[in-house]
Design a protein around this ligand. Structure first.
Ligand code: SAT
Ligand code: MN
Length: 594
């Protein structure tokens, strides 16, 4: 057996648990070199040069886009693969009916055979990282071992990476997430994303893409963290965190769960319309929130991430000007289209469609082509510091206090623009039954409504019924709970037009929700919850909206919606909290009586 060769580098830690594990994994994967990342700017430059030399990254126009590079993934590897994602708990029941399950021993065995020698000829990068502000009691250390320099560079943007993590871990602690990742031969037949919550371990093989490969993100910060959160009494959620500062300087915070590619990044970076002069919206996080009960009895949230892994198509100066500014420098672009002179392009970008492009696969592309130039799930990876609307609180170790929790899906019908729950339990019910039309963020059919509780269906690391029970139980733990709302920016008219303009105009809905938290604005009580009545939403300067259509509750449609939730509740099965089925029945009775 070939011993792994180190690149003459002195190991930057003496932590025995860490060293022993790295050795063991290296012995299995057999890389030519083991390289420990320190997270320094010099290292970033060196790894970038290495990636360019190896054809993994292609430099873009460094005048226009300084520090920006393009990467195209294998065309068979462009999104998360939910059917190949497994929760490997000792029993199938712990993973629950909505997750794929594999027995831990079987998973270790199966993947070990693929890892065996998979890194021959390659470098194994040891990527230490912290999720959360490094000094925060919320923070968690992970170590990702990867044979992809692209992954190492992405992790350098998405997390607090390098020395900071080894310092946080210290010389003796064994408390770190063990993430092993190899692109191996990038064969979808031999692609597995396996989570071992009891071992605080993730094994990912056969994919180099986003949520499959950047193990700090969905794998640790959601799947493993949700399991830890349940045991420790906190919440790890697929939520943006937004700061709203009023003209009088009062800051309030909301957390919002939306499925992948449903506008979380846009909402978190929103620029309010002119009528809301003096309001400032800032981003604390755009994808993940870890929330704990503070000493004051409120729910406090941190963003465990350090960068944005955002969807490129549809991002433009109108939909998200702050994102456009964020991605002007030091950004990695994956699977977008390019111009011949090294600029980037995607569907839905501002201005004229260029006559000729290089498409995401590297092929020549002409305007009018039936094929899309950028992949619909093409992405940018950019550091949070680039965001002109970054909240200074993003790095606050204690987090920010949450006033409102927002659940939202992509629904063409039925679900109104905004609905306030009657109470916490009803709010949990609204989150638990939330549906959304599927997007390109995961492989599979696009546009099909599926139930996606709290936008966590693909990210919950344990049994869904127990997860919903945990949400209900949190009520007892939070003396001053946030108010809970359901929103839908995507409702359409009979002829297929959006009823609500969305984007910056969502400020109008946000303002109503914030005012509701303070009892400062009216609402009408419907069978399903509180909605704004005419005059409650600030619509000064609003054009092209059918407010009545967007906010309407159609009791006939809702009777159907409530009936159809039975199937979903049956799928969750015997661990479904009784209270949630009771909520459904009570609402159905009210809707039928109305
Ligand atoms: O690929 S990721 O899972 O990181 C992005 C997403 O689907 O939300
Ligand atoms: Mn996401």
């Amino acid at each position: 057996m070939r011993a792994p060769v180190e690149s003459g580098q002195k190991r930057p830690t003496s932590n025995p648990s860490l060293l022993a594990w790295v050795d063991e994994m290296a012995k299995m994967c057999k890389p030519d070199r083991v390289y420990w990342c320190d997270g320094s700017p010099e290292e970033k430059q060196r790894l970038t040069e290495e990636a360019v030399a190896g054809g993994v990254l292609i430099p873009l126009d460094q005048k226009k886009l300084p520090g920006c590079y393009f990467h195209h993934s294998n065309p068979n590897d462009v999104a998360r693969v939910e059917h190949l994602t497994f929760i490997c708990t000792p029993t199938k029941e712990e993973a629950g009916p909505t997750n794929n399950w594999m027995a831990p021993q079987e998973a270790y065995h199966k993947l070990a055979a693929i890892y065996d020698g998979a890194m021959k000829g390659r470098t194994l990068y040891v990527v230490p990282y912290v999720m959360g502000p490094a000094r925060s009691p919320f923070a968690k250390v992970g170590i990702e071992l990867t044979d992809s320099v692209y992954v190492a560079l992405n992790m350098g943007i998405m997390t607090r990476m390098g020395k900071v993590a080894l310092d946080r871990l210290g010389p003796t602690s064994a408390e770190f997430n063990k993430g092993l990742h190899s692109v191996a031969d990038c064969n979808p037949e031999r692609r597995f994303i396996c989570h071992f919550p009891q071992d605080n371990t993730i094994w990912s093989v056969g994919s180099g893409y986003g949520g499959n490969a950047l193990l700090g993100k969905k794998c640790l910060a959601l799947r493993i963290a949700s399991y830890l959160a349940k045991n420790e009494g906190w919440l790890a959620e697929h939520m943006l965190i937004l700061e709203a500062e009023s003209p009088t300087g009062e800051k309030r915070y909301v957390a919002g769960a939306f499925p992948s590619a449903c506008g979380k990044t846009n909402f978190a970076m929103m620029i309010p319309p002119k009528a809301f002069q003096g309001w400032k919206i800032r981003t604390v996080g755009d994808d993940i929130a870890w929330m704990r009960v503070g000493e004051d009895g409120r729910l406090w949230a941190v963003n465990p991430e350090y960068g944005y892994f955002g969807v490129a198509p549809g991002t433009n100066r109108k939909t998200n000007p702050n994102a456009m500014d964020t991605i002007k420098k030091d950004t990695l672009y994956t699977n977008v289209a390019r111009t011949k002179d090294g600029d980037v392009w995607w569907e839905g970008m501002d201005g004229e469609v260029p006559a000729e492009l290089i498409d995401w696969k590297g092929q020549p592309w002409k305007k009018g082509s039936a094929e899309k130039a950028a992949h619909p799930n093409s992405r940018f990876t950019a550091p949070v510091q680039n965001n002109p609307a970054l909240s200074p609180s993003y790095d606050d170790p204690k987090g920010v206090p949450i006033d409102a929790i927002i659940f939202g899906g992509r629904r063409s019908t039925t679900v109104p623009l905004v609905l306030q729950s009657f109470d916490w339990k009803h709010g949990v019910y609204l989150g638990a039954t939330m549906g959304s039309e599927t997007t390109a963020a995961a492989t599979g059919a696009v546009g099909v409504v599926r139930r996606d509780p709290m936008a966590m269906l693909p990210f919950c690391g344990y049994d869904m019924g127990s997860y919903l029970r945990h949400w209900l139980d949190m009520e007892k733990r939070i003396p001053k709970p946030p108010k809970v709302f359901l929103v839908n920016w995507f409702r359409k008219s009979q002829d297929g037009k959006f009823l609500w303009p969305g984007y910056g105009d969502n400020m109008r809905v946000l303002k109503w929700m914030l005012d509701r938290c303070q009892g400062a604005v009216g609402a009408q009580e419907t069978a399903l919850g509180f909605t704004p009545k005419a005059g409650d939403l600030d619509v000064r300067g609003l054009e092209h909206a059918d407010i009545a259509g967007a906010t309407r509750i159609d009791l006939g449609e809702w009777a159907g919606e409530l009936e159809s939730q039975t199937e979903w509740f049956q799928k969750i099965g015997k661990t479904l909290p009784r209270e949630l089925e009771q909520q459904r029945q009570d609402l159905l009775a009210k809707v039928k009586a109305a």
